[in-house]
Ligand binder design. Structure first.
Ligand SMILES: [Zn+2]
Length: 228
């Protein structure tokens, strides 16, 4: 569903999404804590010229230094269709799994603007899957199942299976994403799907099961945030 890509332009990504018959494409580069990523022109000026492909503008935010904070620039929030949150290398991994889990869950509870929690199956930043999945279920957020990490073996089969299982147990929503860092990975999900099949994951919890369900999730979150 979403792309995070520094090599290809937004126009190239949208053209490829149209060629592939995708109904929507979320472009969600990293938040500013990873350095120089935020392009204001994209948020307030860029208009998608491709009919039939809905562009969802967003950002993959990072944990801020102060506990509970995220690096989302408030001025861009009105332009955002989707907000992601993940743990990246601006956060100290050596604090250990219990502290990382607490930092993440605190940020989730304090930032209702967040819609999706990214790549929890990152071996560099281990968290308690059951605790984060339960928190996501409470907050109405989805947990990302990242095709690129699985495809490119930047995680382990055990971690991915454990994450999918924890989401099923908690009954939280999941979003299967391409996380395409190269254009050839756009819209792909084949590396993640076997894990869903293996644990008979409830299809109604997969927000990306169709274009309607993905856009329905975005719209429900928009209404929820508006009411906050
Ligand atoms: Zn990430």
């Amino acid at each position: 569903m979403y792309s995070l890509c520094g090599v290809h332009t937004h126009l190239e990504l949208l053209a490829e999404a149209k060629r592939l018959g995708m109904h929507a494409l979320a472009i969600t580069d990293h938040g500013p804590a990873l350095g120089g990523r935020v392009n204001s022109v994209f948020f307030d000026r860029f208009v998608n010229p491709f009919d039939g492909v809905r562009l969802l503008k967003g950002m993959e935010c990072n944990l801020a230094k102060e506990k509970g904070g995220i690096d989302l620039p408030a001025k861009y929030l009105p332009y955002m269709d989707v907000v992601l949150l993940g743990i990246h290398h601006n956060t100290e991994a050596a604090v250990g799994s219990a502290v990382l889990t607490d930092l993440l869950c605190t940020a989730m509870r304090q930032n209702p603007c967040v819609d999706i929690i990214t790549h929890l199956n990152d071996p560099s930043f281990p968290v308690n899957f059951a605790a984060v999945a339960a928190c996501a279920a409470q907050c109405g957020m989805a947990i990302e199942l990242n095709n690129s990490k699985t495809l490119n073996k930047r995680t382990t089969p055990e971690m991915t299976a454990a994450l999918v299982d924890a989401c099923a147990q908690a009954g939280c929503l999941v979003a299967v994403t391409g996380d395409a860092h190269v254009i050839t990975e756009l819209g792909r999900d084949e590396a993640v799907q076997p894990y869903l099949v293996q644990c008979a994951f409830p299809p109604e919890l997969v927000v990306t099961r169709s274009a309607e369900s993905a856009l329905g999730f975005i719209e429900r979150r928009r209404q929820y945030k508006k009411a906050k």
